[in-house]
Write a protein that binds this ligand. Structure first.
Ligand SMILES: [Zn+2]
Length: 174
C-alpha cells in the first residue's frame, strides 16, 4: 500500500509556486492508495482545500474531522475498507489544526483517539477484515497515547512530528 500521511501543502517551492492543483496532479500520477489530511492542508482556507480534494482520485480519510462545508464534506470519510486485501485504514488529523491553520466555522476537529476507536468497532461490526491500520497526522506523542488507550489497531503510520524511529543513533523510539 502506498499511503500519504498529510501536509502536502507548505514546505516546498513547488507548492508555493503552483499551489494545490499541481500537487493533486502529481499525487494522482504517483498513484497513492490513500491519504489523510495534515494541518497544513487548511493553510489556504477551505475553498482551496476543497478544490484540491475534488481533484484527487484516491480516498481521503480523517475520522476526527467533521465538516458541513459542502466543499469538504463529500471528499472526507473516516476510513477505507479493502475486503480483497483484508485491510482497513482509518485516518486522523491533529486536533490542534483550528488554532494553527485556517479552519472554517462549519468544520470541527474531535478527539482522534475517540474517533479512531469508534471506527475500529464500526469496521469490526460491519466487515470481516483482519488488519486495521491508523494513518495519522497527530504527532508521535498522540500516536503513543493512541496505541496505549485503544484496542484493535495493528499498525500506526504517523506524521506531523517528523519523529525519527528505528534502531539508528538519535532515534526517539524503536
Ligand atoms: Zn503537520
Amino acid at each position: 500500500m502506498w499511503t500519504n500521511a498529510g501536509d502536502e501543502f507548505q514546505g516546498t517551492m513547488f507548492y508555493s509556486y503552483y499551489g494545490g492543483e499541481k500537487i493533486a496532479e502529481v499525487l494522482n500520477d504517483l498513484e497513492f492508495d490513500i491519504m489523510t489530511l495534515g494541518n497544513h492542508e487548511w493553510d489556504g482556507g477551505e475553498t482551496k482545500l476543497g478544490a484540491f480534494l475534488s481533484n484527487l482520485t484516491f480516498p481521503i480519510v480523517s475520522s476526527n474531522v467533521k465538516s458541513e462545508n459542502p466543499a469538504l464534506k463529500p471528499h472526507i470519510k473516516s476510513y477505507q475498507v479493502w475486503e480483497d486485501k483484508n485491510l482497513a485504514i482509518i485516518g486522523a488529523t491533529s486536533a490542534d489544526t483550528p488554532s494553527i491553520s485556517s479552519v472554517g466555522n462549519q468544520t470541527t476537529f474531535e478527539d482522534p483517539i475517540k474517533t479512531i476507536q469508534e471506527a475500529v468497532y464500526e469496521i469490526r461490526n460491519n466487515t470481516k477484515v483482519k488488519y486495521i491500520v491508523a494513518l495519522t497526522h497527530i504527532g508521535y506523542d498522540v500516536d503513543q497515547k493512541l496505541a496505549a488507550e485503544t484496542e484493535g489497531i495493528d499498525l500506526i503510520i504517523g506524521a506531523h512530528s517528523h519523529t525519527l524511529l528505528g534502531d539508528m543513533k538519535g532515534a526517539e523510539g524503536k
